[in-house]
Ligand binder design. Structure first.
Ligand code: DOR
Length: 440
């Protein structure tokens, strides 16, 4: 007796072709994929007309627990994740207190085990004096360095401290690459009044050079020490061109949907809702980021899901916090783009499923194949529905994409062979597991 059989689904292959067939899950794994599975099962889903892909892995989210659970916590963030077809997430350390030692990491792992509907992994945050913890904590998907300031108080921008971190250890280092000195200098020079509602100024202060300088610096450190480096949320044409010229073997990078689907013209409509770090850019940057993805210069897609309440967001700049929710709209946005001919099903799977598993060494995930973990996303690929703030699962309660018509919404999300999201509803009592990471 299987735990779950999904019948008549269009099962996606890595090359983007599909075949209509059945898939059986048992003990958390994909037990069988066949044209017809007639053995009995505890649960049976008729998926005729729907697309089955590996569960999406979102390798960059901020779920605010501990410290700001009025915006999100591991439970609400993971519920938003599974609504968006995301079955595993990697969460950032800039909560309060920040995740900078084993004790804080253990606390989050225990909390996630008890409340998260999706599988989970956590970054350890770098400070200028926690080198020992950076190399000893477990399990962690990588070290996060904020080279430029953002939400929270994690920041390492002194050369000596960066050399120490890059020079000692093997664990993957993921960087938020914005140059702090330039941010400070441009803020002083350009923010004429104490506050303003011209939120577009944010993109001018943190200009493309601000990102490029820090990206160059991280690349130089990675080359100097041969250190595994992942550059988070590339946002500029300049960074793509730089990495196209030379991307060392030990370097990977990502882009987030906000830099593909929003641009500086959106400040007019969205105001501070569109404010994030690194900031949204002029439209030509998105064109280059898409090209970077297609050419394999950019490896994967993350969301940088960064929930803030609308009340905080409506404050004038620079009090307005940076970040937008995104974990539940990334897959529908990408599937809509796919159906508009902007990318292929093979690329979507590569960028959002198998790619993140490869980049972070996540075992047994990212593919629809027998013996892989049964983390699955079934998608209604035909129905077009608008994003609506009222329907958002994130505690933030809003989306920068409100009003956009998207085609390709998850109908069922399955974590470890158990249905957790079922046509708009979360099934109670289903929890994800801690992810395991292979050393680089
Ligand atoms: O806009 C952002 N918000 N960028 C980050 O790097 C952090 C994030 C947050 O945590 O709010």
């Amino acid at each position: 007796m299987y735990d779950l059989v999904i019948c008549n689904a269009a099962i996606a292959h890595p090359d983007g072709t599909t075949h209509t067939g059945d898939i059986a899950c048992q003990n958390g794994r994909i037990a069988k994929i066949d044209n017809l599975i007639s053995a009995p099962s505890h649960e049976h889903i008729d998926a005729a007309g729907q697309l089955l892909i590996p569960g999406v892995i979102d390798p960059q989210v901020h779920f605010r627990e501990p410290g700001a659970t009025d915006k999100e916590d591991l439970e609400s963030g993971s519920r938003a994740a599974v609504r968006g077809g995301v079955t595993s997430f990697l969460e950032m350390p800039n909560c309060n207190p920040p995740t900078t030692d084993q004790q804080q990491l253990d606390w989050k792992l225990a909390r996630a085990a008890a409340t998260s509907t999706a599988n989970f992994g956590f970054f350890i945050g770098a400070t200028s004096d926690n080198l020992e913890a950076l190399n000893s904590v477990n399990p962690a998907c990588g070290i996060k360095i904020f080279m430029g300031s953002s939400t929270g108080n994690l920041l390492v921008d002194e050369q000596e401290a960066l050399d120490r971190i890059f020079g000692d250890g093997q664990r993957l280092i993921a960087v938020h690459a914005e140059d702090e000195t330039r941010i400070q200098a441009r803020t002083r020079a350009m923010l004429a009044q104490e506050e303003t509602t011209d939120y577009g100024l944010h993109s001018q202060i943190r200009d493309p050079q601000t990102a490029l300088i820090a990206t160059e610096r991280a690349l130089a450190l990675s080359e100097k020490y041969g250190r595994r480096l992942h550059i988070l949320h590339l946002s500029t044409s300049e960074e793509v061109a730089r990495l196209r010229r030379h991307k060392p073997e030990q370097v990977t990078c990502e882009v987030i949907p906000n830099h593909l689907f929003l641009d500086t013209d959106d400040y007019g409509k969205l105001g501070s809702r569109a404010q994030m770090n690194p900031p949204i850019r002029s439209p030509d940057n998105a064109t280059d980021l898409w090209r970077g993805l297609h050419q394999g210069v950019i490896d994967i897609i993350a969301t940088d899901h960064a929930p803030h309440t609308l009340e905080e967001k409506t404050q004038p700049y620079p009090k307005s916090p940076s970040g937008m929710p995104g974990v539940e709209t990334s897959l529908p946005l990408m599937l809509t783009a796919m159906q508009a001919g902007q990318c292929t099903l093979a690329e979507v799977q590569q960028w959002m499923c198998s790619g993140p598993a490869r980049v972070y060494g996540i075992k047994n995930k990212g593919h629809l194949a027998e013996d892989f973990d049964a983390d699955l996303t079934l998608v209604d690929i035909k129905t077009t529905r608008p994003v609506r703030d009222e329907e958002v699962f994130s505690r933030a309660g809003w989306s920068p994409y409100a009003g956009r018509e998207l085609t390709g919404w998850p109908s069922y999300t399955i974590v470890g062979g158990q249905v957790v999201f079922d046509n708009g509803r979360i099934r109670p009592g289903v929890f994800g597991k801690a992810l395991e990471f292979q050393a680089p």
